[in-house]
Design a protein around this ligand. Structure first.
Ligand code: ASP
Ligand code: CP
Length: 304
């Protein structure tokens, strides 16, 4: 049976620690891994737009000495002619050893995994999960703080539709002493099933409507984009899109070593003036994304 990554819970805390250690080693000694996936192929099947996730998966496989194939939009595949996810997977696995897939429908990568004889990686499914962004976020937090337990994380913006938020909470809730500060407009509150995961994991949380009062207690502030493509109604999006805009001024009351994260793409929610602030880590996250995906590919291919 192939090993898949559909939900971050598919990895134990111990396995996440191993991936972080491997990611760190690849960052330190990339040449040691340049042939680690030689003659193997990764397919990237993206039924939804992406810049970072698709390109970092492809760069990861190329840097492991492997090859890549795939498509970057639904329109350029036979899905546009009505082909099912199951039949797409049955086809692509004839040509590739591992598949990364992004899809607008929640659960599509799980369906893919049910029909797969090769590992399937969920590269984002609708408003539900984005486990490889979470691995990137965990590597970023670990490099910064040397640990994942005991951190206070502020999550701000679209906590309802933001799949990176859902996966990050699911992952971090398993570490002792983690506290979440959930900052959103009421309409974009964290879904109940995600709150349940916080409670089950033994972490604590508070919900608030403003970022300023929370600022002094945070170790990391994770900003998110309002997910326009998940709204039923454009007027609601327009009303909510600028609910939170982070500026250098708002960071003045933050702890000395607090960091600002964002999965990107950014629209308006972090002013470009923050980019030069020493707290900004969002472009570091982009860079680490390739290394942790190299580690994940090796793990799922059974090469480590
Ligand atoms: N790139 C991330 C995602 O695909 C975050 C975002 O699009 O806002 O979920
Ligand atoms: N963070 C992220 O998933 O970016 P893309 O949507 O550009 O892949």
């Amino acid at each position: 049976m192939p090993r898949h990554l559909i939900d971050i819970h598919d990895l134990s805390v111990e396995e996440i620690a191993e991936l972080i250690t491997l990611g760190e080693d690849i960052i330190a000694k990339p040449a040691d891994y340049q042939d680690a996936a030689k003659r193997l192929k990764l397919a990237t099947l993206f039924f939804e737009p992406s810049t970072r996730t698709r390109l970092s998966f492809e760069a990861a496989m190329l840097d492991l000495g492997g090859s890549i194939l795939g498509f970057a939009s639904q329109d350029s595949s036979s899905a546009a002619k009505g082909e099912s996810v199951a039949d797409t997977i049955r086809t692509v696995q004839c040509y590739a050893d591992i598949i990364a897939m992004r899809h607008p429908k929640e659960g599509a990568p799980l369906v893919a995994a049910k029909h797969a004889t090769v590992p399937i990686i969920n590269a984002g499914d609708g408003g539900q999960n984005h486990p490889t962004q979470t691995l990137t976020d965990l590597l970023t937090l670990h490099r910064e703080f040397g640990q994942l337990h005991g951190l206070t994380i502020g999550l701000c913006g679209d906590l309802k539709f933001g799949r990176t938020v859902h996966s990050l909470i699911a992952a971090m809730a398993r570490y002792p002493g983690v506290h979440f500060v959930l900052i959103s407009p009421k309409e974009l509150d964290t879904p109940d099933y995600v709150i349940e995961q916080i409670k089950r994991g033994g972490a604590t949380y508070q919900e608030c409507r403003q970022m300023e009062p929370a600022m002094p207690k945070l170790d990391a502030l994770y900003m998110t984009r309002v997910q326009r493509e998940r709204f039923f109604n454009e007027a609601d999006y327009v009303r909510l899109k600028d609910s939170f805009i982070l500026t250098p001024d708002k960071l003045k009351r933050a702890k000395k070593d607090m960091i600002v994260m964002h999965p990107l793409p950014r629209v308006n929610e972090i002013s470009v003036a923050v980019d030069d602030n020493p707290r900004a880590r969002y472009f570091d996250q982009v860079r680490y994304g390739k290394f942790i995906r190299m580690a994940l590919i090796l793990k799922l291919l059974g090469r480590v």
